[in-house]
Ligand binder design. Structure first.
Ligand code: ADP
Length: 351
């Protein structure tokens, strides 16, 4: 007959960090995963000296008192990373043993925090134009009711604010659509040069209005890739529109392309499209955060120009779907350069 396995062997088989506390309130066994969480020499010590955090110690004491299972939290730091554990405490009937398991829920906790931050940001972004609209409606139905000049001015502002809300809702919808499709690789062969020409044609009126010349050097060859033409049109529209908006009036914007057989970033064939402006540029400390939702380097200027702060977040998600990259470089006063690097998995003979 096989012998009943020993407690340490039993819990060593569990994937989650697990320890056992006996009726003398000492650590009776620790599996290797919990060993790396609490360090060596834990067996035989009082649980308070091992677990230490008041919320967890309190939960263990109450379990020992009433024999009921409980949930608790444990926060640890591993290297430079904060880790959050959900702790489950269960008493083993008739043994006086308490089994404590730790489950890493850091990702859940972070996702929850991101969701809360996102809702708070969206509410804030919507509330600003909404407050302004409500103020003007009140003024128009009261003091300015019989003042045609004021009425026209206020209606104009209301139109701008409503347009801002409309753009924000449009960008939020785009972002959620793009995120939903992020794991589906595009399968259509498209000519990137065509997408770029359409982008430039669409944005020409905006460029003319801002006295900006769009200088494109796209060569004559088709640039075939596997891609989603509508989404890439959105990528280049966002980048060229930003270059026109932030690059400053009267300065040209350059759009260039380069094909490489072995791209150092993608380690394979690529097409690099660079949109470069000659405006004020972006201070370097902002660059790593520009693709975060609602992150603005120059908040005042972005809002004044009707920006939503979502354009580059949308660009990032679309490029992720295409397994591409975005490289942003800038020197203050020297303009900014946004380089889109896309894998070129289609060989010319396929075209
Ligand atoms: P926005 O709607 O505010 O333009 P984006 O996500 O498109 O949002 O861009 C984020 C921020 O990056 C902008 O608010 C702006 O501060 C900065 N930015 C983007 N493109 C440029 C550029 N070509 N030159 C300078 N700053 C830029």
């Amino acid at each position: 007959m096989t012998e009943a396995p020993l407690l340490p062997d039993l819990i060593a088989a569990l994937p989650l960090p697990t320890l056992v506390i006996d009726r003398a309130e000492r650590i009776a066994a620790v599996n290797p995963a919990a060993g790396s969480l609490f360090g060596g020499h834990t067996v035989g010590r009082h649980f308070v000296t091992v677990l230490r955090q008041p919320a967890l110690v309190d939960a263990v004491e109450r379990c020992i008192e009433d024999g009921q299972g409980r949930q608790s939290r444990f926060l640890a730091s591993e290297g430079d990373r904060d880790v959050t554990y959900d702790v489950t405490l269960r008493c083993v009937a008739g043994t006086g043993l308490l089994i404590v398991t730790f489950q890493d829920v850091t990702h859940h906790a972070q996702a929850g925090q991101m969701r809360r931050d996102f809702v708070a940001n969206v509410s804030h972004e919507l509330r600003t134009p909404l407050t302004s609209l409500m103020g003007f409606i009140e003024t128009l139905s009261g003091p300015a009711r019989d003042d045609p000049a004021a009425r026209d001015r206020f209606l104009q502002i209301m139109q701008t604010e409503a347009g801002r809300m409309n753009r924000l809702v449009g960008d939020l919808l785009s972002l959620s659509r793009v995120e939903a499709e992020e794991r589906m690789r595009p399968t259509n062969q498209i000519n990137l040069a065509e997408v770029l020409r359409t982008t430039l044609r669409n944005l020409n009126p905006l460029a003319v209005e801002a006295d900006v010349t769009l200088r494109a050097d796209l060569g004559t060859e088709p640039l075939m890739i596997l891609g989603d033409a509508d989404q890439l049109l959105q990528v280049f529209t966002n980048l060229v529109e930003n270059a026109i908006k932030y690059g400053g009036e009267g300065r040209p914007v350059d759009i260039g392309c380069e094909v490489s057989l072995r791209d150092p970033m993608l380690r394979g064939p690529s097409v690099r499209i660079t949109v470069r402006d000659h405006g004020p540029g972006i201070p370097s400390h902002h660059i790593p955060r520009l693709t975060e939702r609602f992150y603005r380097a120059d908040s005042h200027r972005s809002r004044a120009l009707g920006g939503t702060g979502l354009g580059l977040a949308i660009v990032k998600h679309i490029l992720n779907r295409h397994r591409g990259r975005l490289k942003i470089t800038s020197e203050e006063g020297q303009g900014a350069s946004f380089c889109v690097i896309l894998p070129q998995d289609v060989v010319a003979s396929d075209v």
